[in-house]
Design a protein around this ligand. Structure first.
Ligand SMILES: [Zn+2]
Length: 156
């Protein structure tokens, strides 16, 4: 992985998310893409194309949910926080002492930015907490008193 930026290297990758250290435990799925290394305004830059899907656990119904990932970013590899200030706005600064970073580290950083901190099924997606696993009566009550549960939580 050393000095890829100088060589104009291109690296194709396909990585199961479970193999990325630093991505939250329990995240499944797979991403694939290409990293292209270049120099822009003297800075080592990694142009990263990532496609795939992450499978996370919905924090409401605890069922798996899929989060599509499609990113194209240009990351400037900077040696220090001070250098980050010199990075042009179209580039995303990332700390990489010596301009060196592994594909895994790049992906981990990107995914931390991309994946939701609290995963929840989107509106309109089947979220079993509000349908199959909830008794009909309770569900109707929820609809009319959306804050009832919040009040319960506050009382604790
Ligand atoms: Zn859900």
């Amino acid at each position: 992985m050393d000095r890829l930026a100088d060589g104009g290297a291109e690296v194709d990758f396909a990585v199961p998310l479970a193999e990325l250290h630093g991505v939250a435990a329990g995240v499944a799925g797979r991403v694939a893409g290409r990293a292209r290394f270049a120099r822009i305004q003297g800075l080592p830059v990694a142009e990263l194309t990532v496609r795939g899907a992450a499978t996370l656990e919905c924090q409401r119904c605890l069922q798996p949910m899929s989060v599509p990932i499609e990113r194209l970013v240009k990351v400037a590899l900077v040696a220090s926080e001070a250098d980050a200030a010199r990075v042009p706005p179209e580039l995303e600064p990332m700390l990489a002492p010596g301009g060196r970073i592994s594909i895994g580290e790049l992906l981990t950083e990107e995914l931390l930015l991309t994946l939701p901190i609290v995963a929840l099924h989107a509106e309109g997606e089947p979220c079993t907490a509000s349908s199959a696993q909830t008794p009909a009566g309770e569900q109707a009550q929820d609809t009319h008193k959306p804050f009832a549960r919040l009040a319960d939580l506050l009382r604790r």
